[in-house]
Design a protein around this ligand. Structure first.
Ligand code: FMN
Length: 400
């Protein structure tokens, strides 16, 4: 590996700029996914939460939990820790390979609470301050030291904690604007704004964002310096570049990144999904479902384009479903062959396409002959609707 370029995360927070952040996500925000979202306008990425104590103790834990490459910057490594020893030790070990560390003070899961980690630490914020202060003292700037936390029911307490964290040297804060008791539903934008207005350091807002428009709305409403997205970017890794559904290009990029990285077969299957086809959600399926729904929507709504030899509908940018035809006479087309892009076959798009084309031709007073076997099958199933459209029933044609 060449020399890693270190990024000063503070320089990302320019006035009037929105910093777009991929959230820490256990199992998901691994190197390959971080590399993917960086291709699509994401400014800052987080590792999944790593348990600091095992990271300090075990070389195996370190290689299992953390991999990186030269594209993986600006990068923040997130730890779950509740002792100075673990947090500063893990931060020190990882510091040559990332641009900052973050302390998880938001995880609401039972196991984390039992171990006094995650959001449980907000009940005793003195311990958080000690960890942040010591880490800041031990690791030189510009390396960042930050905290990801949730709002508390008592907003005054949240504001006080954030002010103290600023005093302890936190470089920035990420605030999930929901309480530990509530992981779904609307976020508290006003609470978030109160935090933003109470500190000088940048605050990244998080929660319930599903599109670039949502990011901008949150920035305008809460005056945050950045927006962090988890579920939304899992469903559509190109979210920050302004697309509302995952384009096929991104699905291909994801497969390429996973394939070209140094993954073993099992790891590749875990990331790309074949292992999970039997049950658990597979990430690739999640991405593909978004793409498929978009393709169906486009096929139903985009105009039919007609050239001298082809009828086509655009399914995705520059991806078309096509039917080639030959003219029997000015008003009669012999539909010869139907093409659906390979990656979308067997998913019901052909029937939607056939219906659109038949309706288009019927609406324009055209007649058809059917050489294409796929369209013959479609016609047989919909004979009643389209009987007036056909000039010659292929089933009664004499066999050669
Ligand atoms: C699959 C998944 C894994 C997560 N893992 C982490 C994690 O490791 N550390 C963390 O601080 N938050 C974690 N979160 C919480 C998110 O970072 C984020 O705060 C939360 O999902 C709200 O953002 P969203 O509405 O954009 O999803 C995780 C969320 C999801 C969906």
């Amino acid at each position: 590996m060449g020399k890693r370029q270190q990024t000063d995360i503070k320089t990302l927070f320019e006035p009037n700029k929105l910093v777009k952040v991929c959230a820490p996500m256990v199992r998901y925000s691994k190197l390959q996914f971080r590399n993917l979202v960086k291709k699509y306008d994401c400014d800052l990425v987080f590792t999944p939460m790593i348990l600091a104590d095992s990271f300090c103790k075990s070389a195996k834990a370190r290689s299992n939990e953390f991999t990186t490459n030269l594209l993986d910057t600006p990068l923040v490594a997130q730890f779950a820790a509740n002792t100075i020893h673990d947090f500063v030790g893990a931060s020190y070990l990882i510091s040559p390979y990332c641009d900052g560390v973050d302390l998880n003070c938001g995880c609401p899961q039972g196991w984390a609470r039992e171990q006094e980690l995650g959001c449980q630490m907000l009940r005793n914020p003195q311990s958080i301050y000690a960890l942040i202060r010591e880490c800041r003292n031990q690791i030189c700037k510009p390396f960042s030291v930050s905290v990801k936390m949730r709002l508390l029911k008592d907003l005054k307490k949240s504001v006080e904690i954030c002010r103290q964290l600023e005093r302890c040297g936190a470089s920035f804060l990420s605030v999930h604007a929901r309480t530990p008791e509530c992981s779904v539903g609307p976020i508290d934008k006003h609470g978030l704004r109160a935090v933003v207005e109470s500190v000088e350091i940048p605050v990244i807002g998080n929660g319930g964002v599903g599109s670039l428009e949502n990011c901008i709305e949150l920035q305008e409403c809460a005056k945050v310096a950045g927006v962090m997205v988890a579920n939304g970017i899992l469903a559509n890794p190109t979210l920050f570049s302004g697309t509302n559904v995952t384009p096929m290009r991104c699905v291909q990029d994801w497969l390429d990144i996973c394939y070209n990285s140094t993954l073993g077969v099992q790891e590749y299957e875990k990331l790309c999904g074949s292992e999970q086809l039997s049950g658990a959600p597979a990430h690739i399926m999640r991405l593909f479902r978004g793409f498929l729904n978009n393709a169906k929507h486009n096929l139903k709504n985009n105009p039919v384009q007609e050239t001298s030899k082809q009828l086509a509908i655009e399914i995705n940018s520059n991806v078309f479903a096509t039917i080639s035809f030959e003219k029997v006479d000015e008003n009669t087309y012999d539909l010869v062959h139907t093409t659906i892009p390979e990656e979308l076959r067997g998913r019901g798009l052909g029937h939607i396409f056939a219906e659109r084309i038949f309706d288009h031709l019927a609406g324009n007073g055209r007649k058809i002959k059917l050489t294409c076997e796929f369209l013959q099958e479609y016609f047989v199933k919909n004979r009643v609707k389209y009987s007036g459209l056909i000039i010659e029933d292929f089933e009664t044609r004499a066999a050669p």
